[in-house]
Design a protein around this ligand. Sequence first.
Ligand code: AMP
Length: 218
Amino acid sequence: MNIILLGPPGAGKGTQAKRLETRFGLVQLSTGDMLREAVASGSKLGRKAKEVMDAGQLMPDDLMILMIGDRIDQPDCRKGFILDGFPRTTPQAVALDQMLSEKGLQLDHVVEMKADEDDLVERISGRFTCAKCGMGYHERFKQPKQAGVCDVCRGTEFTRRDDDKESTVRRRLEAYHAQTEPILPYYEEKGILASVNGMAEIDEVARQIEGALAGHGA
Ligand code: AMP
């Protein structure tokens, strides 16, 4: 099963992608995580990505299409994948379709995670991640069970994203409305789009997504 999670920054795509990985044995493909790895490695791509991400803008389509194409070719993707953060523009969506058909693959579901704009800013500015396993937490909504210790891997170091500052978040939301939201009708026409309420409790969102994947549109 190949899935896209589509939604504004902070809608919970990463959190739900991790749950789907466990639940269905799929692989999460997050272009944002790939770019953050490039930034951490200090490569030429990483330096460009840092500039673009800190400005709340999007990386060029051709670069992102190559990046995801290479990743989909890896053997672990054969069991199915969850795209988180890709596609983000109509050219990316069109290129993805072409790439998948060349590989003899197809998209099964696109799940839109709807969210309220002001709530998103609050959500994003409180979030932090385990530096070791990438598990996501939130100051108000999802603290680790034991303060300062990751529930999953017992790691004790946490990081925050540079682009989670309010001013950058506002620009990322603008980019979402201008460049990513217009993709939705493309998938609606193909009959594979379902929408869920991304602002519900994490378990409830997961339940709605499972319903959508089972074909009971939410
Ligand atoms: P994310 O972790 O998905 O919120 O992505 C963080 C940042 O990485 C975005 O604000 C963009 O600057 C960049 N980015 C991630 N995925 C893409 C993509 N598919 N196309 C263009 N830029 C991207």
